[in-house]
Design a protein around this ligand. Structure first.
Ligand SMILES: Nc1ncnc2c1ncn2[C@@H]1O[C@H](COP(=O)(O)OP(=O)(O)OP(=O)(O)O)[C@@H](O)[C@H]1O
Length: 255
């Protein structure tokens, strides 16, 4: 669980995060949504410890990053998996090499132990025959699976995903969303996903935090987002005709 208490972050005179508080829950997919420039990336970078908030605290299961020693910070960082936008795989490494990379960086395991662990996570993301392939030889959806396998190879407590669906077709995007959600539940991870994808909100939005101009404008679940009268949320989420119709049908079904 990640508890965020009244965090502020400025760059120079520009106040970007203006007092955000929320709880990001363990074993759940927590989605951060909001317009471009609303502060989602800055917020996630604060959670990752890449930015230090000017005010307020972030507690990861009781550990406050800025209060830890360098060694404790390094240990905490090993509990964090990250799926970057666009997968960010190393092109010169095989799929297996990419997945083994964090183990090489952070552990003293033997090569065969690392290969065994890489095999387990590659199987978990349903990639069994791609070990020796290079990223350029596999599809975008498969690259995402490799990125997820790499993010979970260290058995993280926290999984951060930045636009995990960008560049994927809608069907593959749903498969990736569902995979992230299944892994979150299976390993009881606190997963935080920065997304623009309203399909993801409807599919896996167990907790949704809506940011607007650096403020938490709204939070709730995917069911609550159908019912909310918050104009900023409805304008953002239901900006497409398709989603307006989905919402209408949902409201009619429940009346
Ligand atoms: N390192 C930085 N230095 C100065 N300003 C920054 C820095 N990082 C982000 N900002 C500013 O903070 C604001 C919020 O940016 P952020 O990237 O968090 O938005 P976002 O909601 O993630 O947008 P998008 O959906 O387009 O990725 C922007 O005005 C941006 O220019």
């Amino acid at each position: 669980m990640i508890e965020v208490n009244d965090i502020h972050k400025s760059f120079g005179d520009t106040h970007i995060l203006k007092g955000i508080s929320t709880v990001l829950e363990k074993g759940k997919t927590n989605l951060i949504i909001g317009q471009s420039g609303s502060g989602k990336t800055v917020f996630i970078k604060c959670l990752l410890g890449l930015f230090t908030p000017d005010k307020g605290t972030i507690s990861l299961d009781g550990k406050i990053y800025s209060q830890l020693s360098a060694r404790e910070q390094r240990n905490l960082r090993q509990d964090m998996g990250m799926v970057f936008q666009g997968s960010a795989l190393f092109d010169s490494m095989t799929v297996e090499g990419n997945v083994m990379f964090p183990l090489e960086m952070f552990t003293n395991q033997s090569r065969s132990e690392m290969q065994d662990r890489a095999n387990i996570v590659l199987e978990r993301v349903n990639l069994v025959d791609a070990h020796k392939k290079y990223p350029s030889e596999i599809s975008g959806g498969m690259q995402k699976r490799v990125a997820i396998a790499r993010a979970i190879v260290m058995n993280p407590k926290y999984l951060f995903c930045d636009e995990p669906n960008s560049g994927l077709d809608p069907r593959t995007a749903i498969i990736i969303d569902n995979l992230i959600q299944e892994i979150t539940k299976e390993f009881d991870i606190t997963t935080v996903i920065n997304t623009h994808d309203m399909n993801s909100v409807m599919e896996i939005g167990e907790k949704i935090v809506f940011l607007k101009h650096g403020i938490k404008e709204w939070e709730g679940t995917k069911d609550e987002i159908f019912k909310t009268d918050n104009e900023a949320v409805t304008n953002f989420v239901y900006s497409s005709e398709l989603f307006k119709k989905v919402r209408q049908m949902y409201i009619e079904e429940r009346n």
